[in-house]
Design a protein around this ligand. Structure first.
Ligand SMILES: Cc1cc2nc3c(=O)[nH]c(=O)nc-3n(C[C@H](O)[C@H](O)[C@H](O)COP(=O)(O)OP(=O)(O)OC[C@H]3O[C@@H](n4cnc5c(N)ncnc54)[C@H](O)[C@@H]3O)c2cc1C
Length: 455
């Protein structure tokens, strides 16, 4: 007898895919069969923690919890006792300006920081972040902040102020994931929200929580999905090597970068025009990290240690294309520029990320560039429904009822308020899982795996 269970395939085991799978299994119970197909060989996607030997663990991708209230990863870290939630823990790790500065540069940096952190206000002047709010009509973040920076009388402070702005511009690129701040749509700042609470790192590493979220799920590694065929009856997913799986629906969580490169060949029939234009309009930035492991030098105070450099935009693209020797020469150049740092002169080796060139990601995180609209994120998130319900009547959808969605989309780029973040990815996976549960009329109320956080 054929199984009456609804079958769902999830493409990708990043935080969006894990959240979708946990929600389906946790809230759909044994009325669903849920399979996660992951092209790589680990869970976590762009949240990737690696060991750096004696230097401990390093975050190759996501690093910060952007706010902690209702953050699903923070809540899991507390439950798992990776963190204790104390004020001391929060206060000791927050980011700030002063730790970076040269003598005399603090005021310039703080001025630049305050402006760059300003929130966009709608064009009619409402909302936003107070006196320095960015009007949505400003166009790009770069234009607005540069103009305000010039008004700050920082020019009188000379080179330090100019260096401060150059540094702040690079930091802004890393925060927004944009290629340049001139390409960052000011209106999208009004859409982006942080969770309440401080920005703090996760001492256990994002990977550990991802592995916890993956427990009990049917995740198949090394399964790169090449084709998704869908119609009113269901979906057929083909993986590299030719194996095919059939299901009632698929939740696609691959990055916007992967969709840009592959959607035209991946989906049959092709995605509707509004979805294809949203994929084209939204952008994927390139943010990379270089980890510099210094070997132990002679003397008791000089154990092995590690430094990290962030590199963004066109510089990151160039770094990814460079040879190892060229990268080491570049790092040496930076070290030589700071002779007062005692690390100069010590042997080192470099490990680097290549999020832009990696075919499983094709970028670091999404943003809304000049020319795109926040509504493009909604279009990206919209499910694809194919044709009328094939089996109206008992056991199927009632005659005349809307056909169930067949191809659903989650992932950080589909979250209009929390795009570019791990919690945005998580909430988007939860959102699509619940959309599917509602469409299938499946809601057991069972919470086999506790579902954490809310959208
Ligand atoms: C350098 C860097 C720093 C960051 N810093 C932060 C931060 O501090 N805080 C924060 O909240 N966020 C940060 N982010 C962003 C955050 O990591 C992402 O927003 C989030 O992890 C995205 O999750 P996702 O599930 O949407 O996508 P992904 O993590 O990209 O997951 C998609 C999965 O799909 C798989 N896949 C791709 N193609 C296929 C295919 N054809 N078939 C099967 N599987 C496929 C991939 O291998 C991947 O595992 C950072 C990202 C980077 C790169």
């Amino acid at each position: 007898m054929a199984s009456s269970k609804k079958k769902c395939i999830i493409i990708g085991a990043g935080y969006a895919g894990l959240a979708a799978a946990r929600t389906l299994v946790g809230e759909g119970g044994d009325r669903l069969e849920v399979v996660v197909l992951e092209a790589g060989h680990r869970v976590g996607g762009r949240a990737h923690t690696e060991s750096l030997g004696q230097c401990g663990y390093a975050e190759f991708g996501a690093t910060w919890l952007h706010g902690v209230v209702n953050h699903p990863v923070y809540e899991a870290a507390l439950r798992l006792k990776y963190m204790d939630g104390t004020e001391k823990e929060r206060a000791g790790m927050q980011w700030g300006t002063s730790q970076y500065v040269l003598e005399g540069a603090a005021a310039a940096l703080e001025g630049a920081d305050a402006l760059a952190a300003a929130k966009a206000a709608p064009a009619n002047g409402g909302g936003g972040g107070g006196s320095s709010a960015v009007p949505a009509a400003a166009g790009s973040i770069g234009t607005f902040v540069r103009q305000r920076f010039q008004q700050l009388d920082l020019a009188a402070r000379g080179n330090v102020a100019c260096d401060a702005w150059a540094w702040r511009e690079r930091l802004q690129r890393a925060i927004d994931g944009c290629h340049t701040t001139d390409d960052m749509n000011a209106a999208s700042m009004a859409e982006y929200h942080e969770l309440p609470g401080p920005n703090i790192p996760l001492p256990c590493g994002y990977q550990a929580v991802a592995e916890h979220f993956a427990e009990g799920l049917d995740i198949r590694f090394g399964q790169r999905v090449e084709r998704v065929r869908y119609d009113a009856h269901g979906v057929h997913v083909t993986v590299a090597g030719g194996a095919e799986l059939a299901a009632d629906a698929v939740i696609v969580t691959v990055s916007l970068g992967v969709l840009k490169a592959e959607h035209e060949h991946m989906f049959s029939p092709p995605l509707p025009p509004c979805k294809a234009s949203a994929i084209a309009a939204l952008a994927m930035g390139c943010v990379d990290k270089l980890f510099i492991e210094f070997g132990a030098a002679v003397g008791p105070a000089q154990a092995s240690c590690c430094a990290v450099m962030w590199i963004t935009g066109a510089d990151a693209v160039a770094m990814e294309a460079a040879t190892d020797e060229e990268v080491c020469r570049g790092v040496q150049g930076v070290l030589d520029a700071f002779p007062a740092i005692s690390l100069a002169g010590r042997p080192f080796r470099v490990r680097r990320t290549r999020w832009g060139a990696d075919p499983l990601f094709r970028g670091s995180y999404s943003y809304c560039p000049a020319g795109a609209r926040a509504a493009d994120m909604d279009a990206l998130a919209a499910p694809v429904v194919s044709g009328p319900s094939p089996n109206p009547g008992p056991g199927g959808a009632a005659g005349g009822q809307a056909a169930p969605p067949r191809v659903l989309f989650a992932g950080e780029a589909t979250h209009r308020s929390y795009f570019g973040t791990v919690h945005g990815a998580y909430f988007s996976g939860q959102r699509e899982a619940r959309r599917l549960l509602a469409a299938f009329g499946v809601h057991s109320g069972a919470h086999v795996l506790s579902s954490i956080g809310s959208a």
